[in-house]
Design a binder for this molecule. Sequence first.
Ligand SMILES: CC(C)(COP(=O)(O)OP(=O)(O)OC[C@H]1O[C@@H](n2cnc3c(N)ncnc32)[C@H](O)[C@@H]1OP(=O)(O)O)[C@@H](O)C(=O)NCCC(=O)NCCS
Length: 146
Amino acid sequence: MAALHAAAFNDERHWSAVEFADLLKNNHVDAYTQAHGMALTSTAGGDTELLILAVHPDQRRRGIARALTLQWLDSVGDRADIAFLEVAADNLAALTLYTDLGFGIIGRRLAYYTRESGPAVDALIMQQALPHGQGPDSAPFPPESS
Ligand SMILES: CC(C)(COP(=O)(O)OP(=O)(O)OC[C@H]1O[C@@H](n2cnc3c(N)ncnc32)[C@H](O)[C@@H]1OP(=O)(O)O)[C@@H](O)C(=O)NCCC(=O)NCCS
C-alpha cells in the first residue's frame, strides 16, 4: 500500500507502511484492493468517508478506480447514510469520476493541500446520500451555490 501510494501521489507526502498498518488496525477502516489499485475508507456513526483512492500510473483509465469506488458504496449501504470525500480542486481525473458516480460539492477548504512544488491547492468536500438499499444510484446532494 505504501509503495502504491507513493507511485500514485507523486506530489504529496507519502504514507509509510507503518502508517498504513496503524490505520488498518482500526475496526472502522475498510480496505478495498485490486492488483494495481486500492481504496481505504472509514465508516462510523452513519457516515462513510473515502480516505484514499489510488491506482498505479501505469494502470489508469482501465476502470480500476471506478470499480473500487463502486465496491465501497455498494458494500457500505447498510452501515451508512452519507458518503463523503475530499479531493484537490485541480484533480480533474478524480473530480470527474466522483461527479459521474453521483457526488456533489458541498464545501471547500482553502489552500488545504500543500504541494512539493507550486502553491497549495483547495480541497473540495463532496458528498452523496446513500438511502438504504439504493447505494451509489441515490440522488446526489446539490452542488454548492456560487
Ligand atoms: C484518480 C484515479 C484514482 C483514477 O483512477 P483510474 O483507475 O484511472 O480511473 P478509472 O479508469 O476508473 O476512470 C473512471 C472515470 O474517471 C474519469 N477519469 C479518470 N481519469 C481521468 C483523467 N485523467 N481525465 C479525466 N477524467 C478521468 C473518467 O470519467 C473515467 O471514466 P472513462 O474512462 O470511462 O472516461 C487515478 O488517476 C489516481 O490514482 N490518481 C492519483 C491519486 C488520486 O488523485 N486519488 C484520488 C484522490 S481523492
